[in-house]
Design a protein around this ligand. Structure first.
Ligand code: FPP
Length: 236
């Protein structure tokens, strides 16, 4: 029988439930996000230990801009702290940082920290962490369509030559393999405009826990679930 890779090469996560985690404790929402940032660090470690090559995290969606100003700016501050604090770790662990999303909408300081970290880790090879920031799947697809239409109008490409491969090469994830496993926490069963094109064949695992309670062992369980499904698929 054919063998299949038992570890998903690319894991993508919709980190949901920070607000509810905080509410349950009578704490402000931002404390849920802070605790969520700790989970990011732990899950990153778990991915390295398990041999996952790509981890994509939905850290801020295009829709999240419509949250109250105080929450948006607190999330940006948290992201800035994360980027500053993690630079050494990413470097030491040979992890490359990439970002996807409409980065021009982010504060200048955050953009500068992202540019610095991306440049600094560009040649790292152990693993790739992709942060989806100000990201929306539909927006990404529209931008790819616009770029192809503009090339076609300029006579650079023939519309008849547009296929899946060419289309994917215009997405921000060009060069990154599609996710094998998509995890969403907090029990919600929605995709929420995340990687719409890329998750076509991903296995989806919904975990009831809120994101701040999600740790390495939960990642291991989600991978086991992926393996069970994958094995069944392989046996057909
Ligand atoms: C969803 O929970 C989570 C977010 C909108 C933000 C995710 C951010 C982090 C985990 C922390 C910062 C990230 C990094 C990479 C350092 P929610 O607020 O929608 O929760 P709710 O549905 O319970 O309200």
């Amino acid at each position: 029988m054919a063998t299949y890779p038992s570890i998903p090469r690319h894991v993508a996560i919709i980190m949901d439930g920070n607000g509810r985690w905080a509410k349950e404790r009578g704490r402000p929402r931002i404390e849920g996000h802070r605790a969520g940032a700790e989970s990011v660090t732990e899950v990153l470690k778990g991915c390295i230990e398990q041999g996952v090559e790509y981890l994509t995290l939905y850290a801020f969606s295009s829709e999240n801009w419509s949250r109250p100003e105080t929450e948006v700016s607190a999330l940006m501050t948290l992201l800035n702290h994360f980027l500053k604090a993690k630079l050494k770790d990413l470097d030491r662990q040979n992890i490359r940082l990439l970002t996807i999303g409409q980065l021009d909408r982010l504060p200048a300081k955050t953009r500068a920290l992202i540019e610095r970290t991306e440049a600094h880790t560009a040649n790292h090879t152990a693993m790739t962490l992709v942060l989806a920031l100000s990201y929306g799947g539909r927006e990404e697809i529209v931008a790819a369509a616009r770029s192809l239409a503009s090339d076609a109008a300029a006579g650079k490409i023939n519309p008849a030559d547009i296929d899946g491969e060419l289309f994917a090469s215009r997405l921000q994830t060009a060069g990154i393999p599609d996710p094998d496993l998509l995890i969403r926490t907090s029990g919600e069963m929605r995709i929420s405009n995340f990687l719409l094109w890329q998750i076509s064949y991903a296995e989806i695992v919904i975990v009831k826990k809120f994101w701040p309670d999600f740790g390495k062992s939960d990642l291991a369980e989600a991978i086991e679930e992926y393996q069970r499904r994958h094995r069944r698929f392989g046996a057909l």
